[in-house]
Design a protein. Structure first.
Length: 463
């Protein structure tokens, strides 16, 4: 599977680009339908008079559930549904698995068609949450959460991420279930042999380790950088973690090109070819992970999704991972938000009471832990931190503790911008490669990215 994806990079990238263009067009059309997008993220603000807002229902009967990663997570969801139906024999859950690449367009098509074909409850990620809220498709859930066993049990960073993505930073339109996080992976065997300290305690340790572990004559490198698809997302991780800047916006201007971020970007990109392989220029995550797992490379930045790959290839006793270092030794970490997955109730549901029972069950400590163990993701339940599988997965535990630490500063990326995916991917990834090759400065790259973001923000807020 991995070899196939690596050799078909051009075809895959073309397909992804086409999907991105279609998705952007869909989102723009949806945003146009909700003409008062900037006024408030509520159905009433967009002209919904509440006359067709569904029903609370009896709390019994049938509900329809859409999984936003059908195929990948179908088995674990069917286990959870079976357990739910055993506990609630008067409720029948119809499972619909939607492929992850199709879910946003499927939701948008159903909403624009009047909403009658929407499910009662569905998985909704923060990457497209705001668009759905703007169209009045989702039920507010803050009051339900406050009156349920979920109160006080959700990981702080995920809860705040969902609230921010919904529009006003207060109302919750989904119950978070899981998240990922940027993780610095390192070879503990190489670090021990070189007598090096952990690279996540300070940035000096990270950069020193990258240099000391590099022996080009032996084809050994201290770090592998992501220069191809997905490169800008990881550059943002490195920039904000080093700079300590805690907000993506200051007023209506992005902080991307502020001097501390530019300096951090330059320090990061200067690693290319000095302590990394030259082939990193075209690395997407598949190539990067494969290269790290099969070669003599000391460190790599990716998310928790590659943990099992590392364990299988290198061995659990030779690999470790944790969030990036704080901007200053001993200080709080600054992390860039990752999309948070969650469960939402659709406003047109005729059985919201039963849908909420299903959400409460699926996000209980036991079920949330079960789902995330299967997915290799961070549970949204803070009380799952002591579960055995997390105790045995040190990188996942470190990520969960970081996200649930009130001192951790989460920089919320503007997933709500219709052009976000294009700006952060197809529009600027070629420029990142120019920086690596020395054909564009870090400042020029950051200024260009900031200009695109500021224009997108201005267009968004003017609606």
């Amino acid at each position: 599977m991995r070899a196939t994806r690596a050799t078909g990079t051009t075809t895959t990238r073309t397909a992804r680009t086409a999907r991105a263009v279609r998705a952007t067009r869909t989102v723009r059309a949806a945003a146009a339908l909700g003409a008062c997008l900037a006024l408030a993220f509520t159905a009433t603000a967009c002209g919904d008079d509440g006359s067709d807002s569904g029903e609370e229902g009896s709390g019994k009967g049938k509900i329809v559930f859409w999984d936003n990663n059908g195929g990948e997570r179908t088995d674990v969801w069917k286990e959870i549904i079976a357990a739910f139906e055993k506990k609630h024999p008067d409720i029948d859950v119809e499972y619909v698995g939607v492929p992850i690449n199709d879910v946003q367009s499927k939701y948008d098509t159903a909403i624009q068609g009047g909403g009658d074909s929407l499910p009662d409850v569905g998985m909704v990620g923060t990457a497209y949450l705001a668009n759905m809220v703007a169209q009045g498709a989702l039920e507010p859930l803050s009051d339900r959460i406050a009156d349920s066993p979920l109160k006080g049990k959700l990981v702080t960073g995920m809860r705040d991420g969902v609230a921010a993505a919904g529009g006003d930073g207060k109302e919750m339109y989904s119950v978070p279930t899981s998240a990922n996080q940027g993780t610095l992976w390192w070879r503990t065997d190489m670090f021990d042999k070189a007598g090096l300290d952990s690279p996540v305690t300070s940035w000096d340790n990270f950069y020193q380790a990258a240099e000391k572990l590099t022996a080009k004559g032996d084809n050994q490198f201290g770090f592998t950088i992501r220069g191809g698809e997905g490169s800008v997302a990881q550059a943002l991780d490195m920039m904000y973690a080093q700079s300590g800047i805690t907000s993506f916006w200051r007023g209506d201007k992005t902080t991307v090109n502020e001097p501390r971020n530019v300096a951090a970007l330059k320090r990061y990109t200067d690693l290319y070819k000095k302590v990394t392989p030259s082939a990193d220029l075209n690395n997407d995550f598949v190539k990067m992970v494969s290269q790290f797992d099969s070669g003599d490379i000391g460190m790599m930045l990716h998310n928790l999704g590659s943990y099992q790959d590392h364990v299988k290839a290198i061995g659990k006793d030779k690999i470790d991972g944790a969030p990036l270092p704080p901007s200053r030794a001993g200080g709080a970490r600054t992390v860039v938000s990752n999309p948070v997955d969650g469960m939402g109730i659709f406003k047109k549901s005729g059985n919201k009471a039963a849908a909420w029972k299903f959400i409460e069950f699926a996000t209980s400590k036991e079920m949330n832990s079960k789902w995330n163990e299967s997915a290799g993701a961070i549970p949204a339940r803070s009380d799952a931190a002591d579960d055995a599988w997390i105790e045995n997965a040190k990188p996942t535990r470190a990520a969960l503790e970081s996200l649930d630490d009130p001192k951790t500063k989460v920089v919320q990326l503007p997933y709500y911008l219709p052009d976000w995916n294009n700006i952060s991917k197809a529009d600027t990834e070629p420029n990142f490669q120019k920086v690596l090759l020395g054909r564009m400065t870090a400042k020029e790259f950051a200024d260009d990215l900031a200009k695109r973001l500021n224009e997108a923000q201005k267009e968004y807020t003017s609606r």
